[in-house]
Design a protein around this ligand. Structure first.
Ligand SMILES: Nc1nc2c(ncn2[C@@H]2O[C@H](COP(=O)(O)OP(=O)(O)OP(=O)(O)O)[C@@H](O)[C@H]2O)c(=O)[nH]1
Ligand SMILES: [Mg+2]
Length: 307
């Protein structure tokens, strides 16, 4: 059985960085991992990808050939991928035996809320190839700094959940930066738990001209609360504990923990409990690899001591 994650979210929310950090964390805990880049606009990849959509279609070629802008070009690329799903299957076949898969998707929100091409590719993987996938929807924590933006983030997350109909984890990414946006109107729990959105009303623009906007926001909050589906977990990709907490949630949601892959669970718990200084720095790779080998050395030494 193949397990994995579909990493989605608006542009710049940290998907590629997440795939890089998460894949390295997974490898560290002994899980064979492959990253699949399905974003034709990702030009500089920080991770080594096992499959790259660029081998099938290039965004710049599409834009030049059909005189499209980047958004139209991306929709075209996803259509093309859907029509050439056998290409993806051939590429994934060698990985299906023993790899855990991370899919790095494009950031265009409409691909996961309006169009069906990306969804059909995902449905093929889930229904026909029997992949167990969790959608990891990243939203920049910056959106909590203003009530209107936060409501937009909630709506975006809800509509992605309803559109994809998959196990789904919503993540507030870059949480390490949250304090730099100034004091939040509420404690962080308010934003992650999504319990009583009526409080947001007090922080909306009080201007007489914003009356209709306030009413609209109020009604949208009611819709979000009626569904009662959205909540968030937080992520700082450079923090081992934070990555581990998210992985635990994902493993439960797609059934990985119940698949009886004992070896991996032991390794996972070991690394989770170990006082390792997991220093994933999101930019310079060489620095990271120095850190990674130090961590691996310590991990192997602990393993020997245990034996
Ligand atoms: N401080 C901080 N920065 C982060 C974190 N995750 C990502 N970033 C930064 O956010 C920026 C965008 O990250 P990407 O991973 O390229 O985002 P993306 O969602 O793949 O972007 P697109 O592919 O353009 O949609 C980069 O500068 C990252 O270094 C985080 O957890 N903390
Ligand atoms: Mg990216």
């Amino acid at each position: 059985m193949v397990f994995g994650q579909l990493v989605i979210g608006p542009p710049g929310s940290g998907k590629t960085t997440y795939c890089n950090g998460m894949s390295q964390f997974l490898q560290l805990i002994g899980r064979k991992t492959a990253v699949i880049n399905l974003d034709p606009a990702n030009d500089q990849l920080p991770y080594e990808c096992a499959v790259n959509i660029e081998e099938l279609i290039k965004l710049e070629d599409v834009m030049a050939q059909y005189d499209l802008g980047p958004n139209g070009g991306l929709v075209f690329c996803m259509d093309y991928l859907e029509k050439n799903i056998d290409w993806l299957k051939d590429k994934l076949e060698p990985l299906m035996k023993d790899h855990y898969l991370l899919f790095d998707f494009p950031g265009q929100v409409e691909l996961f809320t309006l169009h069906n091409n990306a969804k059909n590719v995902i449905l093929e993987m889930v229904n026909k190839w029997d992949f167990r996938l969790t959608a990891v929807h990243l939203v920049d924590a910056h959106l909590c700094s203003e009530p209107g933006m936060y409501v937009s983030a909630l709506l975006m997350s809800l509509s992605a959940m309803l559109h994809l109909e998959l196990p789904h984890i919503n993540v507030l990414s870059k949480i390490d930066l949250i304090e730099s946006y100034g004091k939040l109107a509420f404690n962080l729990d308010f934003y992650t738990d999504v319990q009583d959105l009526s409080y947001l009303q007090h922080y909306l623009d009080k201007d007489i001209w914003s009356e209709k906007y306030r009413k609209l926001t109020e009604k949208l909050c009611e819709v979000i609360e009626d569904y009662s589906l959205v909540n968030f977990t937080t992520l700082n990709i450079q923090d081992k504990e934070s990555v581990m907490d998210i992985l635990k949630l994902i493993d439960k949601s797609n059934g990985y923990v119940f698949a009886g892959i004992e070896g991996n669970i032991t390794e996972f718990n070991k690394i989770a409990a170990a006082p390792l200084n997991w220093d994933y720095y999101r930019y310079p790779l060489p620095f990271f690899f120095i850190q990674l080998s130090a961590v691996q050395e310590k991990y192997m030494k602990d393993d020997e001591d245990d034996r």
